[in-house]
Design a protein around this ligand. Sequence first.
Ligand code: CDP
Length: 310
Amino acid sequence: VLCWFYIFPVYRLPRDKEIVEEVLRQGEVWQKNQTGIDLYRKLLTECCDPRKMFAVTKVNSPMGKVLWYDGEFYHSRTVNNETYPLFVQENPLQLPLKKCAVVGNGGILRHSKCGREIDQADFILRCNLPPLSKDHVEDVGTRTHLVTANPSIIEKRFQNLLWSRKAFVDSMKVYGSSYIYMPAFSMKPGTDPSLRAYYALADTSSNLTMLFANPEFLRTVGKFWKARGVHARRLSTGLFLVSLALGLCEEVTAYGFWPFSVGLDEQPVSHHYYDNILPYKWFHAMPEEFVQLWQLHKSGTLRMRVGCCP
Ligand code: CDP
C-alpha cells in the first residue's frame, strides 16, 4: 500500500478525513519491531539522554549551574541555596521500565473502554493533571506513575497557590504516589508557581514526588522533532512524554492522541475526553505530531491506540 506521506507533498498536511482513511486502512494491524525500538532509544539517548537528563537533579544541576529556560529567549536561573535542596539526587526511576502507557487527553478516549488495558501497564504517564473521576475510569484507568503539571494550571485552577493550598493538595490525591513532572524552568512566570506547588506538597507530607523537567532535555527533544519535520513553537506535552517513554521503556503504547475533529466512525470527537476546549491554534502542531507518531506505529516502534480497546 502506498503510504500517504508519498501521495501528498510534505508541505501539505493531510486533511482529517484523509488521516481517518489512512488509519482505517491500517486497521488494528500492529507488529512490534525490536529493531525500531532499539534504534529510537539509541537516537533519543544520543540527542537528549533522557535517563540522566529528563529531570533536574542534584547530579546534573549542581550549585552554580546555569539553567537556561527553554521557552524563553535568553533567560536563565542559577542553581542556588533556594532551589538546589528541592531537586532529587538523581533519576529516581527503576530502569528499564517495561510496558509503558502514555495517556494523552484526546476525546478519542471517551467510550474507548481502554481503562483496564492502561491500568495493566507497568508505568503510566499522563498529561496536565487530567481528571480521573469515576465516570472516566472505564476509559482512562485509575493508576498513574508520572503526571505532568503545567504551571499555568496552578495559576488558573488553584489561584497560583497564593491562597488556600488545600484544594490543590486534595485534588492531587487521585495520582497516588506518582511523580509530578513540572516544567518549572521553561517560562519565567512558571517558576514561582512551580516552587509553591513543591512546598504545598512537601509541607503536607504528600505521597507525591515533585520532579522539575530539565529545560535542557526539553530543548534537545524539541530539536530532535524539529529535525523530523515538527514545526511548532513548542512540542505538545504528549510528544515530550512519548519521547521520554521511548527512551526509558521497553514497550510503549500511546492512548488519547487524536487531534482531529472526526473519529474513525466519522462522528465528531471532542478535543479532550473531559471537555471540548481547543488549544491556541498556532502554538502546538498536534496534527504534524500525529503524523510522526503514526509513522512510529506503522514501523512497530510504538503502538498507538486510536480505537476501542478489546
Ligand atoms: O497542554 P497541551 O495542549 O499540550 O495538552 P492537553 O490538551 O492537556 O493534552 C495532552 C496531550 O494529549 C497533548 O499534549 C497532545 O499530545 C495529546 N492530545 C492529542 O493528541 N489529541 C487531542 N485531541 C488532545 C490532546
